[in-house]
Write a protein that binds this ligand. Structure first.
Ligand SMILES: Nc1ncnc2c1ncn2[C@@H]1O[C@H](COP(=O)(O)OP(=O)(O)OP(=O)(O)O)[C@@H](O)[C@H]1O
Ligand SMILES: [Mg+2]
Length: 207
């Protein structure tokens, strides 16, 4: 079995961060050495950039947001992700460049971002092994987000925004290879069981 670079993607409040704990438990119990990193943070510069992007008082446009994301992501990629992969570790990343394509490129309707996605995808696709795509209905994710006491710039945009994000993810991932879509509409433990089965396939099939 080789180490893997796994991306976790999906809309707001679908359960990515919650289910990443299941992934971590799985890796630990299977003695798979890994690092977990969050998009777009992970480096000191990246974390600073993340604060700028998510600040509700910053009126940055779609392309500026995307360029900030690209900068922090590239820092994280070269300083953390590639060295970890080179040293034989598995890397789990909470969001990656597909988020920028969906949020700024498609929902933000910025064609420069869509072009940039193709340029960066040429770099990143060489190392990405698998995408785990979590999905629940926008109504359900709105309910989950509404329970949070603090929301960021994207989370406070309402149902039609969530519907647009959700539709865009469906289009982006429709014909992609090496992707597993996992519904999180049911309770956490039902989702965990499905996720563990998928992880068995990702890590222990065809190797
Ligand atoms: N099947 C499920 N899987 C995961 N989370 C669930 C499930 N059912 C309910 N939840 C709840 O949904 C919420 C999901 O929040 P979480 O922060 O994990 O989402 P997220 O996808 O990481 O969001 P964001 O994009 O804002 O980071 C949590 O409060 C969690 O308890
Ligand atoms: Mg999260």
């Amino acid at each position: 079995m080789n180490n893997k670079f796994i991306i976790v993607e999906g809309s707001e409040g679908v359960g990515k961060s919650s289910q990443i704990k299941t992934i971590e438990n799985y890796l630990i119990s299977n003695k798979i050495d890994y690092i977990l990193t969050r998009e777009p943070g992970g480096t000191q510069t990246g974390e600073q950039i993340r604060k700028i992007i998510l600040d509700k008082n910053n009126d940055t446009n779609e392309l500026s947001d995307a360029l900030l994301f690209y900068a922090s992501r590239y820092e994280n990629y070269t300083k953390n992700i590639l060295p970890a992969l080179d040293s034989g570790k598995t890397v789990v990343c909470d969001r990656f460049h597909y988020s920028t394509l969906v949020y700024q490129g498609i929902v933000g309707d910025n064609s420069t971002v869509r072009d940039l996605h193709h340029i960066f995808n040429e770099i990143y696709k060489k190392t990405i092994d698998h995408v785990i795509y979590f999905y629940t209905d926008p109504d359900e994710s709105l309910k989950r987000i509404s329970r949070r006491s603090v929301t960021d710039k994207f989370e406070s945009k309402g149902l039609s925004f969530l519907e647009n994000i959700s539709n865009a993810y469906e289009v982006v991932f429709r014909n992609m290879k090496n992707i597993t879509k996992i519904e999180t509409t049911g309770n956490k433990s039902a989702t965990e069981k499905i996720l563990v089965k998928s992880l068995d396939e990702i890590f222990f099939t065809n190797d």
